[in-house]
Each structure stands twice: as C-alpha cells, then as structure tokens.
Design a protein around this ligand. Structure first.
Ligand SMILES: O=C(CO)[C@H](O)[C@H](O)COP(=O)(O)O
Ligand SMILES: [Co+2]
Length: 220
C-alpha cells in the first residue's frame, strides 16, 4: 500500500519545502497538464527536472497531455522514476510503455472515467502501473467517483490473471472517507492532493491514509 500525495494542492511558490513535508510518503505525484488534453495548465519538464534534484522521494509523473508519444519519454530520460500517460491521448501505447521502461522509468497508463478498461488488458505485460481516474482529469479538489470502483476491481482481476507485479493506482477525490473502498476494490497506490495538503499536518495525513488502506487491502 503506497501513498502518493499530489503536489497540485501544494504551494507552488515553495515546492521544495512542500516535498519535504511529505517525505514519509512513497511517491510525490506530479500532475502535468497542457491546456489541451485537459482545460488546465500546471507545469512541465523544466520544473520536473528541478524537482528531481531536491525531492526526498521519487516522482510519480501523471501526464495529462496531448501527444505523450512525443513528450513522455523526456520525463523518463530526465530521471522521473514513474511516468504515466493517458491511453486516450497515446497513438501507440505499447511502444510508448516500452520506451519509458527502456529509459529506466516505471511505465504507467491512465484511463479516464469514461474510458473502458477491457480493450487495453492486452497491454498489461508492458506496464508497471494502471491508473484508474476517480475524477475527470484537470483539477484537484473534485468529488470522488465511487462508480469507478468496478473498473478498479476489473483491473485488479486482470493483473491477477496476468501474473505480473503491476500496481493499480487511484487518483481523484481520495481521502480518509473514500480510501477504504478503493483498497477494497483492489487499488494499492493512492493519490491524494487536497486531503494531504489541505490537512493541518501533511505528514500525519499520509500516515492516516496509509493505515486506512492497509487495514482494507487485498494483501498483495
Ligand atoms: O490528476 C489529478 C487531477 O486531474 C490530481 O492528481 C487529483 O485530482 C488529486 O487531487 P485531489 O486529491 O484533490 O482530487
Ligand atoms: Co493526478
């Protein structure tokens, strides 16, 4: 069970200290948005390169961008430890996942709430993580979509069948109120932005979320 706080809800003027505040987390989730794939603009490769130099924990880069086939490899080459692209935007997800792995990153593939999982199951051997979005991508602080839990369970079942060590991540509206149902459905990596950075102590929120997930996990 791993916790990946999203720095989307952090103070962008003080990202180094905001990363230090979650050094007890497993990953720092970095939401890259390009104003095209989603109607919001955050940060890109130069900022990720700067964060990689100072982060006490590895970076989990969630690319909400058009043309990830072109842009995602640069994040892996820069040293990002995990790079997740959206399958809706990728021209050749299989080749892209292979390129990310060859550059030394874990390869993640994300599916939006309206995207079915079944057509992509055959890509599992190329992947280290599947991200099931539990909000429409684009903004932090949105309401959790419990109707995505059957998809989380479907992905977990496919991972079991595939036999690989593939993580199942949920992202969007994850909090102390919603994390247990995600763990019950089969998620094992939990992104939380507002629930961590909106808390009085970000580190305490990370510990609380991890304890809740671990008490409900599927045991892998
Ligand atoms: O990818 C994202 C939005 O597209 C963010 O990672 C996500 O929304 C985290 O924020 P919160 O926990 O506040 O929902
Ligand atoms: Co995200």
């Amino acid at each position: 069970m791993q916790i990946s706080p999203s720095i989307l809800s952090a103070d962008f003027a003080n990202l180094q200290s905001e990363l230090d505040a979650i050094s007890n987390a497993d990953w720092a989730h970095v939401d890259v948005m390009d104003n095209h794939f989603v109607p919001n603009l955050t940060l890109g490769l130069p900022i990720v390169e700067a964060l990689l130099k100072v982060s006490p924990i590895p970076l989990d880069c969630h690319l909400m961008i058009e043309d990830p086939d072109r842009w995602a490899p640069g994040y892996a080459e820069a040293g990002a430890q995990s790079v997740t692209f959206h399958v809706e935007a990728a021209r050749d997800p299989r080749a892209l996942a292979r390129t990310l792995r060859a550059a030394g990153a874990r390869a993640g593939m994300a599916v939006k709430p309206g995207t079915a999982w079944a057509p992509y199951e055959e890509l599992l051997p190329e992947l280290d993580m599947v991200l099931v979005m539990t909000v429409e991508p684009g903004f932090g602080g949105q309401s959790f979509m419990a109707d995505q839990m059957p998809k989380v369970a479907q992905v977990r079942e496919a991972v079991r069948r595939n036999g690989g060590e593939i993580w199942v991540q949920v992202d969007g509206g994850v909090s102390a109120k919603t994390i247990e149902q995600c763990a019950d459905a089969g998620a094992d990596v939990f992104v939380a932005g507002s629930a961590v950075y909106g808390a009085e102590s970000a580190a305490a929120a990370v510990d609380e979320l991890r304890a809740l997930a671990e008490s409900h996990g599927h045991g892998s």
